[in-house]
Design a protein. Structure first.
Length: 150
C-alpha cells in the first residue's frame, strides 16, 4: 500500500502515542509515517515538534490552487497533532512555511497571521522547488512549548 492509498488522520482518528522516558511520539496512522519512518508529532521534555504537514485529508488536496487555503488547512492539521498533548495554537513558539512560489508569501502570511497573530511565534518562510505532490503549494511545521514538567 502506498502512502497515498492510506487513510488520512483527519478522517481516521486512531492515534498511537508511545512514551519512552521523556520522549513521546504521536503517530496518526498516515501512510507517509509508515513508509518513511516518522511520527506526526514528537514531545521531548517541554517541546512538541510537529512534522512537515501538507494540506491533505483522506488523500485529497484541500484548497487546490490557493496558497491561502492550503496554508490554513495545513496549519489546522498541524494544530490537531498538538491535541494529544493538550496543546493548541497558543502554545506554538515556532512555525515554518515551505512554499513553491515566492509570489505566494502574502497569501501564506495572511493565513499565518489569522491563526497565530496574537501568539506571534518565531517564524521562517522558505521557497522550495516542489513537494512529492506537485499540486501542493505549501507545507508547514510547528513547534510548541508545554510548560514546566517538574
Amino acid at each position: 500500500m502506498t502512502p497515498s492509498e492510506r487513510r488520512d488522520p483527519e478522517v481516521e482518528r486512531e492515534r498511537e502515542v508511545e512514551r519512552d522516558r521523556e520522549v513521546e511520539r504521536d503517530r496518526s496512522g498516515s501512510g507517509w509515517e509508515e513508509a518513511i519512518g516518522f511520527a506526526r508529532a514528537v514531545a521531548a521534555g517541554d517541546r512538541v515538534l510537529v512534522s512537515g504537514t501538507m494540506p491533505l485529508a483522506d488523500g485529497k488536496l484541500l484548497g487546490e490552487g490557493s496558497p491561502y487555503e492550503q496554508t490554513r488547512a495545513a496549519f489546522r492539521k498541524a494544530l490537531e497533532a498538538l491535541e494529544p498533548f493538550g496543546l493548541g495554537a497558543e502554545s506554538v513558539i515556532r512555525t515554518r512555511m515551505y512554499l513553491t512560489h515566492a509570489r505566494d508569501v502574502d497569501d501564506v502570511g495572511r493565513a499565518h497571521r489569522e491563526i497565530f497573530g496574537d501568539v506571534a511565534p518565531a517564524s521562517t518562510v522558505v521557497v522550495v522547488s516542489g513537494f512529492v505532490d506537485s499540486r501542493v503549494l505549501v507545507e508547514v511545521e510547528l513547534e510548541a512549548f508545554r510548560g514546566s514538567r517538574s
